[in-house]
Every structure is written in C-alpha cells, then in structure tokens.
Design a binder for this molecule. Structure first.
Ligand SMILES: *Cc1c(COP(=O)(O)O)cnc(C)c1O
Length: 423
C-alpha cells in the first residue's frame, strides 16, 4: 500500500471534507523551497507550508540548534521553573519588537496566542472591576480555531456550526482604500454602544481572507481611537510576523503601538510548534497583585518548551542576517515586476504586493466561495504542475520561503499566468 492509501484508513485532515476531496499527497522529504512526494515528484512550496517556513525545509542551522537543545535540556515544566532558552528568546524579542512590549507569554500555536490575548483583555478589566466584555474584530478576520479565536474570526466557513455559543464580538469593516472613513466611524459607534475590552486585528494584511491589504495610516488611526477609549489593542502578527511584510513586523510600518502582539507560524522557522503573546507593562501590572485570583490562570503543558525556544532563537538569527534581508527585498522586487505585468490582464481584477506577499484576484462569472469550483480547478492545476498554492476562492496568493530562487519564483509566476488562461 502507498502512504496515500494508508492515510485514508486512519487520518482526519484539517479543513477537509473527506467524502469529496482528493487523497492528500504524501510528502517524503523537503529541502529549501522544494518538496518531494512518495513517487519522487517535485513541488515548489510557494506558500511556505501555511506561511511557517521562511528559511527552507530541513534547514540545517535550525536543525543543529534543535539537536543541541534536545541533548542538553529537551523540556522542563515552566510552572515554578525557568531556563536560558526562554530568557534568551525574551531578550531577543525585546530587541526587535515595538518598544512598548515588555512581557512575553508562551503557548503552542497561533490560536492559543490569540486565545491568551483575548482572555487577558477580558480579565484585565475584570481585575480592575470594570465591566467590559465585548471584543472588536474586522470583517473576514481570521484568528484561529479555538473558541475565543474562532469567535473573533469572521469567515463563516470556520464558525457557522457554533453561532450563538461565542463570547461577544462586534465586527467593523476593514479600512481598505476608500473605506477608511467608514471603518473609523464604525469603530467609534461600536465603542459607544458596547462595553469594549479589546480590538483584535491582523495588521496590514488579512491572510486567510485572501491577503486583503490596507494602509498603516488607517490602522494607526483605529488604534488611536481605541487608546482614547481605553480599549486594549491586539495585533495578531501570527501570519505577518518575522519579515513577511518586508519589515520584521507589520507593526513596524504603523505609527502607533498595540497593547499586545500574537506571534507563531514563522517564529520557529517552521520546525517546532510554538507561539508567544507579548504585552505592555501596563497590561501585566493589572494582574500583579497580592490577590492570587488576579493572576492569569492560563497555561499549556508544553509552555516555553526549550527545544522550541532554541528553534526560535536560530530562526531569528537567520532572519537578521544580511543574506535573508536581501532575499526578502529580492522577492519583493520580483513580485512588483510580476504585479505590473499581470494587473492589466483582462482576466485579472487586481493584484497586490507587500514584502514577500503577493496576491492576484481573478475574474469569475459567478460569485466565488472560499472552497468553490474555481478554487478547486486552480488548486488542481497548480498541483499537476508541481507548484503548491492554495487559492482562496478566486484569489491566488504567493507567500514563498525567503530562500526561494529567482528561477523557482519565475516558474511559480508562469504557472499562475497559465492558470489564469485556463480558468
Ligand atoms: C494561522 C493564523 C492563526 C492561527 O494559528 P494556528 O497556529 O493555525 O492556530 C491566527 N491568526 C492568524 C493571523 C493566522 O494567520
């Protein structure tokens, strides 16, 4: 039996309707931007395996750091204990995060990083004896699949079975070009009508919505409105963090600092699941008290796993090399050229680029749903041609590992052009 055949016997895959979807492709190895399946067919990983892998598959530098940590101290509980890898990650993040971030809290994945931020926003006001229980989020936001993160998410595919069981979330429009004022006014209204604790957003790029982009000035204004009304702000940088937007964090473009930041995905270079939520001193201080009940009673068994920390340190080291910064600029330049070339195509609605993120919206006769027929056609075409891309409806996006070569990039562009002709 092939791996593909054995898989269907036991495995339940994420976001998959097993009755109608094709059998998953069994990948047996990866190197750089390439993956090979069990039949040795080669694929270019043009989405960095769900945006986690900036430095290439089977990266030796990170692997060595992980091995060294595994054979020194693989894990120790973080309740009542601490260790150097966690402290070093904290020190490193203090160097690169917006200056107002002072405390870091570890968990295991993007959803838990968000879950922690939302719980902290709610308990912050509980600890102060103030009734504020509403969370503000963008339309079409994606913040993860655990309950509070899912409540904040606005893509109905992921949440419709659970309507009516969520914490209070009120949505405002994304301030895309021309809609800024509508978004500002919606935020003012929501804050006036509800007891708002926090505002969570994907800064500058909404990933799962299809790389929807908006300007830093608009986000700065929204954060300012929250500050005036003492609403805590949460930047979900799970996707945008660690270089994707061309700067270390998307918030580096924004002239306003959030109260909390969520990190995961590229944090460990796509090796070990880990996440971090960071906070200002002001947020931490609301939990600092003689009363034990004011503490944050949240934790995960693998909190601050030393091996994960070692992977994160090695990843951030790689990100900071001149070579990687040059790679990010190189990919951005290529994207911009491709954007120029493709945006006037009669079948293209728009194309957009920020950092290493590129997206193109393809014209379609019918309303395209998230997992609709055009999406399936496009996805299959890409896979046949050895390129891993997961379109969102009629939107095709590229989010490559930073080490992808120009030749590989050109093949990805060419395959997208052919796909546009095909649909
Ligand atoms: C992927 C993602 C999450 C959820 O992360 P998981 O590790 O999949 O739980 C949260 N927020 C954003 C912006 C994401 O892109």
């Amino acid at each position: 039996m092939t791996l593909q055949e054995k898989d269907s016997q036991y495995l339940w895959h994420p976001y998959t309707q097993h009755k109608t979807s094709q059998t998953p492709i069994a990948i047996s190895r990866g190197e750089g931007a390439l993956l090979w399946d069990e039949n040795n067919k080669e694929y270019i990983d043009a989405i960095a395996s769900w945006w986690v892998n900036p430095f290439g598959h089977s990266n030796k530098f990170i692997a060595d750091a992980i091995y060294k940590q595994l054979t020194t101290l693989e894990h120790v509980l973080f309740g009542g204990f601490t260790h150097e890898p966690a402290i070093k990650v904290a020190e490193k993040l203090m160097e690169i995060l917006p200056k107002n971030q002072q405390k870091i809290f570890f968990s295991d994945n993007g959803s838990t990083a968000v879950e922690v931020a939302i719980k902290v926003a709610l308990q912050y006001f509980f600890n102060k004896g103030e009734k504020r229980t509403t969370i503000i989020a963008f339309e079409n936001a994606f913040h993860g699949d655990t309950f509070a993160a899912m409540a904040a998410s606005g893509i109905s595919f992921y949440t419709q079975a659970f309507q009516g069981m969520f914490i209070d979330v009120v949505r405002i429009p994304v301030p895309v070009k021309g809609q800024e004022q509508v978004s500002f006014e919606a935020l003012e209204n929501v804050i006036q009508r509800n007891n708002c604790a926090g505002f969570i957003f994907e800064p500058l790029v909404q990933g799962a919505a299809g790389m929807v982009m908006y300007e830093p000035e608009a986000l700065a204004k929204l954060i300012e409105i929250c500050k005036e009304n003492k609403v805590l702000t949460i930047a979900d940088e799970v996707m945008t963090g660690f270089g994707k937007t061309g700067k270390t964090f998307a918030m580096d473009y924004v002239d306003a600092d959030p109260d909390m930041i969520c990190l995961s995905k590229a944090l460990t270079g796509g090796t070990i699941p880990m996440a971090i939520t960071t906070f200002t001193q002001k947020v931490f201080d609301a939990f600092y008290d003689d009363d034990i009940n004011k503490a944050l009673f949240h934790g995960h068994t693998f909190t601050a796993n030393p091996t994960g920390c070692a992977a994160a340190l090695a990843s951030i080291d790689l990100l900071q090399t001149d070579e990687m910064q040059t790679n990010i600029e190189r990919i951005n330049k290529n994207h911009l050229e491709f954007q120029k070339k493709i945006e006037s195509h009669p079948k293209v609605i728009t194309a957009r680029t920020l950092g290493v993120i590129f997206a193109v919206e393809i014209k379609s006769d019918s309303e395209e749903s998230y997992y609709g027929s055009m999406r399936t056609k496009l996805y299959n075409f890409f896979i046949e041609n050895g390129v891993v891309l997961r379109p969102v409806g009629n939107i095709v996006y590229i989010l490559p590992p930073y080490i992808m070569t120009n030749e590989q990039l050109q093949k990805v562009y060419k395959t997208i052009e052919e796909a546009i002709e095909m649909v």
